[in-house]
Design a protein around this ligand. Structure first.
Ligand SMILES: C[S@@+](CC[C@H](N)C(=O)[O-])C[C@H]1O[C@@H](n2cnc3c(N)ncnc32)[C@H](O)[C@@H]1O
Length: 354
């Protein structure tokens, strides 16, 4: 072993301490979301730097609470770029960065905050202590090992989890779809669009608004999920199981669905899409696509972290795939034409055409 006093040993010991304490980062993020800190700082877009005591007085007006502990949370997240720290005369104040602003509730009641909360519910947290079991025995994902049931069967039976899942999906998907619709025009000529695994139907609602030529939308998801979906003009909610059959349409949209299933399951879902499409019809999927090579960039990390989340919560062999793996799935499911559109850093638009 090298001398512990060398620079490389100091850096290595520092790096492993950072990794070993990393749980503080998501749990602190979850804490500030639970405390509603982002909305408290934002207040009508002012985003003026506030001390922890000032923020505390907005989130707990009754005067209780510990401002010093809140400041500790804010400082740590400032080091991850969620808050900006302003130091003057020995006093610390905090405003929101662009990252922090993603947690602010917008005019439609949406933000990334429900996604953060959704990831840290008790049933999810229980799964994380079993990640190693996905290596020992991949027949059961950690979530099922911890909770006795697969996540998509578990959520609809728990009204709060079901509702949070709907809000979490909307909070992440609405800004993505907004961006996607600026850079992707593959919906031309479509009159009836089916969204498979469409959750509350937000993606479909936005696509139909942007493309009035689409006269009819079908939001297809599990019966327990569509039962809670809101009414949307020109959209019919249909409950069912994509492994059995999928409603017919000129084109099929699917977002964040394939990633949670094994290759064999994806092939089956895609074959059911194939049956539901006319000749030349397209399946348009938006999925996280991992790069071939690993590196330390934010993008690669976010995609690889999401891959472990999928392994832990949804399926030990569900995965974030590479573009090449999707190309192979395309051929296996009977779609000879495959194209990828990079309109976003997290989700890639994948076109599979008959
Ligand atoms: C990660 S969510 C994505 C939701 C939505 N597409 C979005 O991106 O906002 C996956 C969706 O697939 C649905 N799903 C899971 N199993 C399904 C099945 N067997 N048939 C239909 N939908 C299913 C879930 O209920 C959930 O709404």
């Amino acid at each position: 072993m090298e001398e512990e006093g060398t620079e490389s040993r100091k850096q290595a010991r520092l790096a492993i301490m950072e990794l070993a304490n990393m749980i503080s980062v998501p749990m602190t993020l979850n804490a500030v979301v639970r405390l509603n800190v982002a909305d408290a700082i934002w207040q009508d877009g002012a985003n003026s730097p506030l001390s922890a005591a000032q923020i505390l007085s907005r989130i707990l007006p009754s005067g209780v609470g510990d401002a010093e502990n809140l400041q500790r949370l804010l400082r740590m997240l400032a080091s991850y770029g969620v808050f900006q720290e302003h130091l003057a005369d020995g006093h610390r104040k905090f405003s929101l960065t662009d990252v922090g602003k993603t947690l602010v509730t917008d005019g439609e009641g949406l933000s990334y905050a429900p996604y953060v909360l959704q990831h840290h519910q008790d049933a999810m947290m229980r799964a994380w202590t079993y990640v190693h079991e996905a290596v020992v025995d991949p027949t059961k994902e950690p979530f099922e090992r911890a909770n006795g049931e697969a996540a998509y069967r578990y959520y609809p039976k728990q009204p709060e989890m079901n509702e949070l899942m709907l809000r979490a999906m909307a909070g992440v998907s609405v800004p993505f779809i907004r961006a996607m619709l600026q850079g992707y025009d593959g919906f031309k000529g479509v009159q009836k669009l089916v969204d498979v695994g469409g959750s509350g139907g937000d993606c479909l609602r936005m696509i139909l608004q942007k493309h009035p030529s689409i006269k009819e939308g079908v939001n297809f998801d599990l019966p327990g999920v569509v039962a809670k979906a809101p009414q949307i003009p020109c959209v019919t909610h249909v409950g069912g199981d994509m492994f059995k059959s999928i409603p017919q349409g000129d084109a099929i949209f699917m977002k964040w669905v394939l990633t949670t299933w094994t290759d064999e399951e994806c092939k089956l879902i895609m074959q059911n899409c194939h049956k539901a499409l006319p000749e030349g019809g397209k399946l348009i999927a938006c999925e996280p696509v991992v790069p071939e090579n690993s590196d330390e960039s934010h993008r690669t990390r976010a995609l690889l972290e999401g891959d472990i989340f999928v392994m832990t919560i949804y399926g030990a062999k569900g995965k974030h795939r590479t573009e090449e793996q999707y190309r192979n799935l395309s051929i296996a499911a009977g779609f000879p034409r495959f194209r990828a559109f990079h309109v976003d850093h997290f989700f890639t638009v994948l076109e599979f055409q008959k």
